[in-house]
Design a binder for this molecule. Structure first.
Ligand SMILES: *Cc1c(COP(=O)(O)O)cnc(C)c1O
Length: 353
């Protein structure tokens, strides 16, 4: 190793799901939404004044923040926006976790949490889910440097209720508690109402799943003014202009179309509920998903075998070669037609095997 090489930062990065690009593929591996963004977004992009791109965007992404403020009925000072919730969560880790005590999150959860903890040198402890992949509340009632919970959790798809979250927030008023609600619009119960009572709570959401805009990279957090301003101070010490102009205007536009948003999430939920029945008939079992994916295991065929078989048919699902979950597939809910094809392929394979 050369001398300078010893000075390089060593880190194991987060590995996102692959992004294959075949015209005929069924891509149900990264929990994207199968429906297009709100129609107003397409119109805006087609008519966009590119002269605007010569200027720096508004550093506070005012248009987007004001629309979030209006739609969710919360003061703009209590909203942080970022480049996807990954950026928002990263900034939260940087700002809110500086204790010597470990931050806590489940052993099976969004696999970016331990990467950020390593990157920002935050000590952490991964608390094992129980044998049914449920979060054990008592694990989060001791001393800690902060708490991060995805609700619904990923990749398990399991949601906990508001009382469960409130108990954890109430018993941890000396720490920041982050609830990552990437999938909340597909049937979970948001911790949003608790923001009135607890200054130490942060609720993080994204446009990537329920608003069909993963490619735009928009995420946001709601919290107390004190915490949100601290996160902005850190962000502004790193990069003042994270939100680009197209994301700001398209994000604001998407928020206005409440009817379209409700229609799309309802369609995904309906397809998910139908898929629960169809996959169960094929011998799969899974937790009761409140997300836009199913976390499924088969009674006799190994997950990795099904993963490879589907791949050959250009059906991309997610497989984690990770202890405890290496016999599960994470299957994003696509359109009805896509899911019919998935069922057809699985059925044919299972019958012949
Ligand atoms: C998808 C996802 C995110 C990140 O989404 P962005 O595209 O960065 O907004 C964060 N947390 C969980 C649990 C997710 O599934």
């Amino acid at each position: 190793m050369k001398k300078w090489e010893e000075k390089l930062r060593q880190i194991t990065p987060y590995v996102p799901g692959e992004q294959p690009d075949f015209p005929d593929m069924i891509k149900i591996n990264t929990n994207e939404n199968p429906y297009p963004p709100a129609p107003g977004v397409e119109k805006l992009l087609k008519e966009m004044d590119t002269k605007k791109l010569t200027l720096y965007p508004n550093p506070g992404a005012k248009l987007l923040v004001d629309e979030l403020s209006k739609q969710y009925n919360i003061a703009p000072e209590r909203i942080f926006v970022g480049v996807g919730s990954d950026d928002v969560l990263g900034m939260i880790f940087m700002t809110c976790f500086s204790s010597d005590k470990p931050i806590l999150f489940p052993d099976i959860t969004y696999s970016f949490y331990d990467v950020w903890a390593d990157l920002f040198r935050v000590p952490y402890k991964r608390m094992p889910l129980d044998e049914n992949f449920c979060i054990k509340k008592e694990d989060y009632l001791g001393e800690n440097g902060g708490i991060v919970l995805a609700n619904p959790n990923a990749p398990t798809s399991i949601a906990v209720g508001l009382d469960f979250i409130e108990d954890i927030v109430k018993n941890n008023q000396d720490s920041i508690v982050v609830v990552d609600e990437a999938y909340i619009d597909f049937g979970g119960e948001s911790a949003f109402p608790l923001l009135e009572k607890y200054e130490n709570l942060l609720v993080v959401q994204t446009f990537s799943k329920s608003r069909s805009m993963a490619g735009m990279r928009i995420g946001y957090a709601f919290g107390s003014e004190r915490v949100i301003s601290a996160i902005y101070a850190v962000r502004n010490s790193y990069n003042s202009y994270t939100m680009n102009y197209p994301s700001i205007v398209c994000g604001a536009e998407a928020l206005k179309d409440v009817a379209y948003f409700k229609e799309c999430t309802a369609k995904v939920i309906a397809t998910r509920e139908r898929m629960k029945k169809e996959l169960a008939e094929l011998g799969f079992s899974f937790p009761d998903s409140k997300t836009n994916f199913l976390f499924a295991t088969h009674e006799s065929v190994p997950a990795v075998e099904l993963f490879e078989m589907l791949r050959e048919k250009r059906i991309f699902v997610r497989y984690f070669k990770t202890p405890r979950i290496d016999n599960y597939l994470r299957i994003t809910i696509g359109t009805d037609a896509q899911m019919d094809r998935v069922v057809e392929v699985l059925k044919e394979y299972l019958e012949k095997r």
